[in-house]
Design a protein around this ligand. Structure first.
Ligand code: IPE
Ligand code: MG
Length: 212
């Protein structure tokens, strides 16, 4: 969900205001995705690289994740199940504070009964770490290392292959997001910064599915 900072700066607002607007827009996009019968929506909330940002900005973004994972009533109303991908909380590089850990665990449990869209939030996530960790675990299991054995050791083996990858805010480059799962995905590039990403734009992205 790129472009929060630039969206805010272009309005003379602090970057944190952009992140707040981005979190609010996510709630709108989730509702729009539910209405369109999307089965799986995965969003990049916070990367393994994002910890180096100024402390106040990181703290603000962490608080927004607490808010996002705390939207239980809304998620239940929309029959949305929450999942999370990212570095394990107890891993050697773990930095996720307890209040975020708790919010993530609670959202997963409190929405587990829902049968509609699965909203996966990538938090403290990086594809390179995920792939490296999957390779390490697959090797330790002593099974032959194959694409299908690797696929069982990614953070969430149930996550289906990506149909459409959306890149907001004019970024025309590959990021450290779902590299294992995105083979064959269509890519929707847009100049729209994340806080302005709309349902209409979601429709344009979806229209890429199945097109050669
Ligand atoms: C995305 O917006 C939010 C996070 C990475 C958490 P940015 O903060 O990357 O916004 P820009 O790229 O500076 O505009
Ligand atoms: Mg950015």
């Amino acid at each position: 969900m790129d472009g929060n900072g630039r969206w805010a700066s272009s309005r003379g607002l602090p970057r944190t205001a952009g992140h707040t607007a981005g979190e609010e827009n996510l709630a709108d996009v989730v509702r729009a995705a539910v209405r369109r019968d999307i089965g799986w929506l995965t969003v990049f909330g916070f990367s393994t690289e994002n910890w180096v940002r100024p402390r106040a900005e990181v703290r603000h973004i962490l608080g927004l994740h607490e808010r996002l994972f705390g939207r239980i009533a809304e998620l239940n109303e929309n029959n949305v199940r929450i999942r999370w991908i990212g570095r394990p909380f107890d891993g050697p590089d773990a930095r996720t504070p307890r209040f975020v850990q708790r919010a993530i665990r609670k959202a997963i449990v409190d929405t587990a009964h829902n049968t509609g869209m699965v909203l996966t939030v990538a938090f403290d996530y990086g594809s390179r770490f995920e792939i490296m960790e999957a390779a390490r675990r697959a090797r330790n299991s002593n099974e032959p290392l194959t694409v299908s054995s690797m696929s069982r050791y990614v953070h969430d083996p149930l996550l289906p292959p990506v149909d459409v990858m959306i890149r907001t805010s004019g970024e025309i480059r590959v990021s450290n997001f779902l590299l294992w799962q995105a083979v064959g995905a269509a890519i929707h590039f847009t100049d729209t910064p994340w806080p302005e990403f709309s349902a209409e734009e979601l429709d344009r992205a979806i229209s890429l599915v199945g097109r050669q």
